[in-house]
Structures are given as C-alpha cells and as structure tokens.
Design a protein around this ligand. Sequence first.
Ligand SMILES: Cc1ncc(COP(=O)(O)O)c(C=O)c1O
Length: 390
Amino acid sequence: MEVAQRLKKIPPYLFMELRKKIAKAKADGVDVISLTIGDPVEATPAPIIEELCQRAKDPENHRYPTDEEKGMLAFRQEVARWYSSRYGVELDPATEILGLIGSKEGCHHFVMARVDPGDTVLMTDPGYPAYRASILMGEGVPYNVPILPENGYLPVFADIPTDVAKKATGMFLNYPNNPTGACATKDFLNDLVAFAKAFDIAICYDNPYSEVLFDGQQRLSFLSAPGAKDVGIELNSLSKPYNMCGWRLGMASGNPLLIAAISKVKENTDSGIFNPIQYAGIRALKYETDAIGETMKIYARRREQVLATLKKIGIDFTPPKGTFYLWVPVPKGMTSIEFTNLLFDKAAVVVAAGTAYGKYGEGFVRFSLTVPDDRLTLALSRIEKEFGKV
Ligand SMILES: Cc1ncc(COP(=O)(O)O)c(C=O)c1O
C-alpha cells in the first residue's frame, strides 16, 4: 500500500544520525540531557487543574462540545477580555474568535481555509517546521523568506520578489520567534499590514510566545496594528504561558471571514474541544495570568545561567528578548550540526541544530530553557568542564 503523495513531500527528520547516536548512548546507559524541546516542565497552576476535575464530573460535559461551533461562548468571551486587557485589542467573541486544539492546529487549518493547491505561501527561514508541513499538506508551495540577524530576524518585504508576492495567498509569521527569540516592533507590524494589503496576502501571525518576554520587552499582538483584522488572524495558545502544552488549548482571532472559514474546516474535522478544558482555559485566562510573572522569573534565571556558561567557553552574545529559547552562534569554523554533535559526544547534551529550522539557521544551535533546574545545571557543568574555551 502507498501513502498519499502529499505526505511524502514533508521532509523527514533531518538528524537521523544524531537520533541514532542518542538512542545508542541511552541503551549503553549514558545519561543524555536534552535541551531541545520547548515544553515547560513546571506543573500547570493547581486551580486550573481543579477546575478541570470539577467540570469533568458533570455529565453535561461528557457530550460532544458542538453546541457552539467556534468553541464555548464563555471561553471566547474570556479570550476577548484577555486580549483587551493584555494587548489593547478589541475582538467580537461572536465572529472574531475561535477556540483551537493548540495553535499548531490553527496553522494547519489556516492553510485548509485559505490556500488552494499550487498557491504560494510565504514562511520565514529559519522558522517553525510545522508551517512547511501544513503548507505541503494543503498542497501549497512554500516560499522561504530569509530572516537574518542583521535585520533583527525580521523579513525585509522589499526583498521579496514582486512576482512571488503576487502569487502568494498566505504568509506565516511568528514573533516572539521560535527559534531565534526575536521580537517584532509596531513599525514592523504596520509594514506587514501594508505588504499584505498590497498583495492580498492573508497573514497567519502565530503568537504563542506573546507572554514569554525578558528585560522589559513589551507584549505585542499583530491585531493591535491598524488594519490587521482586514488581512489576517493571530493564533495564540495557553500552552507556553500557563504550562499547558499537553492540554491542547489555543485560539485564533481576527478576520471574521478567515475565522468562519477555519470554523468550517473544524466542523468537518473534529467536534471541538472538551468542555472541561475550555472551562479550565477560562480559569487560566481570568485568574492565573499573574502567575506568568513567576514562570518568567524561572526562565530568566535559567537564561542567565546558560549565557554565563556559554561566555565562559568563549561564546559571548546578546540574545533577543523573547521566547524560552536561546539561539546560540556556534564557534567559528564549525557548522551547526558539527557543534551539535560535539556537544553530544563530549557532554551528552543534546541541542537543536539551527539547520533543522531552515538553511538560514546554519551557524546557530537552539537551547531550550524548559528543563528542570538540576538537569540544566548538570548539562552546563558538563559543557564547562569538557569545553574550556572552544
Ligand atoms: C512557533 C510555534 N507555534 C506553535 C506551536 C505549537 O503550540 P501549541 O501547543 O499551541 O499547538 C509551537 C510549539 O512549540 C511553536 O513554537
């Protein structure tokens, strides 16, 4: 039996060799420490869990959550309140907000809702790999827009060839950015809206790290740019700020036409989000937002710890101010994969090679700060001991 062609186009995991080495080392009893995944290890705040448990006892919540096709109205109202109070963005819960099973789902459904086979879809390089997979599953054609350190890892719209922009029907962007940590500016968002309007490109602004910021960096929503709702949607998620990755809860907000189209995709794909999870989401957005500050203190501490160790081994740089990733330049003369392999061979520490996020990721590796403190400390002490100065 053959699987569908569209799946064959999705690139395989790039680092099979490293993956094999890790599996072998683990089988040989080596204590491998992975700093690859962006998945908070701290628990979801207790009141959120309690809300879920209580709501799960009500048989009304055991039925299909299909009464309100865009997700529970109470959840959407809470999202609207959160956006208004946190970002100064006003949204109509009836037409401009949709509950999602995480923002990743939104990336896929955005393509289903907007992109026809053969359409060009812009995405950044480096970028979150799910964008390419979503575009390919929707039989669109990904076009990589480089984001470079000298431009603050923001796309330069003037560098996108006009014929490409004319063909494009969609664009994925994500700031605070995975993997670089870069943040957008208001001016950039204004330029983005103008670019999207000029070429009729629908924007999918993926913003799950909107709350994960350091050193006084201001929160920013794409939807706060004048005209943003005319050209696109913003995805957001409870995964990262509330330590809720496993709960699968997010939201799409913005352009009513796109929201209705994604809602149609969802109606025909899944039957919505388990109601107790939506109630728990309301609890999180309403009462637990202050806890984000405490979580950020943990990441800030770990971030300083990693930066201090890297400095000691000769890697000294000033990182951008968003996300719980550090986009670390590799030592001169080495490729990303060589440095990744070296860290693994010498210290049994795994980081993500920059090229996993696109060819412009060459020269960097990504460290994630979502590791228990003791594991991070151990990983860093091994790096310091093994590397001296690289
Ligand atoms: C840029 C980006 N978008 C989306 C996601 C997925 O988030 P969610 O858990 O809301 O699906 C991630 C997760 O790492 C991410 O880095």
